[in-house]
Write a protein that binds this ligand. Structure first.
Ligand code: NI
Length: 145
């Protein structure tokens, strides 16, 4: 609700992800770069961590905008993350930690497009090309007019 009036591009993942999130954030960044400057001003990308124990606000702030300046990270308590993930039908599962304390988190990989009025307008599956992301954002922007 903080971003009503903007199109929100939402993704659930975690910064220690070895590959899936890197791919997705790169595709989202390219999708954002496909927008004209005026449209880009009306968009906010949000990466919600499904690993709140390791993804501190500081770590997210260092990692996420690296992909694109319009992307921010968000985290919360374990319960808050579970609650927002449930709202979007996003799922994730933490693996048991290895001997060195590291662990992986399996997660669904969907890019959610939310129109300026808060309506969910698109769910882009993993690997969706940048042009489809740009098109979905432009569609959501046009609904907000
Ligand atoms: Ni990931």
């Amino acid at each position: 609700t903080d971003f009503r009036g903007k199109v929100v591009v939402l993704y659930f993942g975690y910064t220690f992800c070895p590959d899936v999130c890197v791919t997705s954030l790169s595709l989202i960044a390219q999708g954002l770069s496909g927008l004209d400057a005026a449209s880009l001003q009306k968009v906010q990308g949000i990466f919600i961590s499904v690993d709140p124990e390791r993804d501190t606000p500081q770590r997210l702030a260092e990692y996420v905008p690296f992909f694109h300046p319009k992307l921010i990270g968000a985290t919360g308590t374990v319960e808050q993350i579970a609650s927002v993930a449930r709202l979007y039908g996003s799922s994730y599962r933490k693996h048991p930690a290895a001997a060195d304390g590291t662990y992986a988190v399996d997660h669904s990989s969907v890019t959610y497009i939310v129109a300026p009025d808060g309506r969910l307008t698109d769910m882009l599956q993993h690997g969706s090309p940048p042009a489809s992301i740009t098109a979905a954002i432009n569609k959501a922007l046009s609904l907000g007019k």
